[in-house]
Write a protein that binds this ligand. Structure first.
Ligand code: C5P
Length: 403
């Protein structure tokens, strides 16, 4: 198992009496897969929906429920559970339990643990949409947010009670982002970032196009890393087969010209731009309105050059930190340094695309970071998520040095 932000973290999962309690089983499994140790505390309502036995088997640990269970009395569970964990995740959190938190009640084990804790608390409300939107619940949520608890907004949609509206427990990817954020330094808080990702497609006719092998994985990892570090992220993505990261504004484009428009229209509002997309340098000079026929076809393809988006940003930039990528198969460093200067960048990420474990489509990467000041940092082979974090370590250092 590769190290994750959750490796070795001790997480207390509070499960309340919502129909979404069955989803907590998967939450336990997913947290453990990422290397976390999980202790489950179920409310009496939660235990009506899912047996504590299930949680004990899935967490491979004792499950806590009653405040006054005689066999635990000597361990003072509400204090020690609060003390022994790195964070508390309450998912699903019911209106009742949120109300308890909001007024500081401690009449069951979960609310007593939360009251006694000084670790981060993440609360994922899940309930009928009328209960969720009721002013009482909204006031309670505002109150617990003011205590510093992280409240994850529920999804909207059809619920078990056949009503539609906000109140569904969000997807795991959204809960995971909230959990990882707790363990991630918020050093991009207040910064606006624009990240580009993926290939572009340059149409030749309605069914054919020129493109490249970029999967978008590196760019999506960068967008997620920036969001986890507190940044406000706009992700401009070419066609990719990836799930967009939670809490990121996604703008989907197809061609280099569309990417140019999307990037340039947002550029002035940005603090940091990372251009990871593999933009097609050329497009077919003409796009046929109908599918080209084999018979009598002109077999030569006339191309037109696309504008270099990054170069345009380099010419326009004021205070922004501008980071480019250089995917190279030879003379990596020289090419990287040349592009850094030619495009007026603050940093370039030089990427070897020859190896099987680096570059296009793989889940890992091996890059060298070259900064405007001439500093060269060779990173080891890392997952694209780890590479993204290492790139932002460097970007944060550049921001610290004045933008
Ligand atoms: O010059 P080269 O295409 O190798 O430079 C790669 C860098 O330039 C990447 O950051 C890529 O996103 C960017 N680029 C661009 N517009 C293009 C071509 C490349 O922004 N038309």
């Amino acid at each position: 198992m590769l190290a994750s932000a959750l490796t070795g973290k001790k997480i207390l999962l509070g499960v309340c009496g919502s129909i979404a309690a069955y989803k907590a089983c998967d939450i336990v499994r997913n947290l453990r897969k990422l290397g976390a140790e999980v202790t489950v505390v179920v409310t009496s309502g939660g235990a009506r929906f899912v047996s504590p036995l299930t949680f004990a088997a899935l967490s491979a640990a004792k499950v806590y429920g009653g405040m006054f269970d005689e066999q635990d009395a000597h361990t003072i569970p509400h204090i020690n559970l609060a003390r022994d964990h790195d964070m508390i995740l309450v998912a699903p959190a019911t209106a009742q339990t949120i109300a308890r938190f909001a007024v500081g009640m401690a009449d069951d084990l979960l609310s007593a643990v939360v009251l006694a804790a000084d670790c981060p608390v993440v609360v994922c409300p899940a309930m009928n949409s009328k209960m969720f939107t009721h002013p009482a619940t909204q006031v309670n949520l505002t109150k617990i947010a003011a205590f510093g608890y992280h409240v994850v907004q529920p999804d909207s949609g059809l619920m078990a009670c056949k009503e539609e509206g906000p109140g569904r427990l969000p997807e795991w990817s959204v809960i995971l982002s909230a959990v990882e954020k707790v363990f991630t330094p918020q050093d991009l808080a207040g910064k606006r970032l624009l990240i580009t990702a993926g290939p572009t497609e340059e149409p030749l006719d309605p069914v054919r196009y020129l493109s490249n092998r970029s999967s978008g994985k590196m760019g999506y990892a960068l967008a997620r890393a920036a969001m986890l570090r507190g940044g406000e992220v706009v992700l401009v993505s070419g066609p990719c087969n990836l799930e967009p990261p939670a809490n990121v504004e996604l703008i989907q484009v197809r061609t280099a010209q569309e990417m140019y428009g999307a990037v340039l229209s947002h550029f002035d509002d940005m603090d940091i731009v990372v251009k990871c997309a593999a933009v097609s340098d050329f497009r077919p000079a003409r796009c046929a309105p109908e599918k080209l026929k084999k018979e009598g076809a002109d077999v030569r393809l006339e191309l037109a050059a696309n504008r270099d988006i990054l170069r345009a940003l380099g010419e326009r930039k004021k205070s922004q930190i501008l980071v480019g990528f250089a995917a190279e198969s030879e003379n990596h460093l020289e090419e990287g340094k040349r592009k850094l200067a030619a495009k007026n960048l603050d940093m370039i990420v030089v990427n070897d695309i020859q190896g099987e474990t680096t570059g296009f489509q793989s889940d890992t990467n091996k890059v060298t970071l070259v900064t405007r000041g001439g500093e060269i940092k060779e990173l080891e082979l890392l997952t694209k998520e780890q590479t993204a974090m290492a790139i932002f370590d460097e970007v944060v250092a550049l921001v610290g040095g004045g933008m």
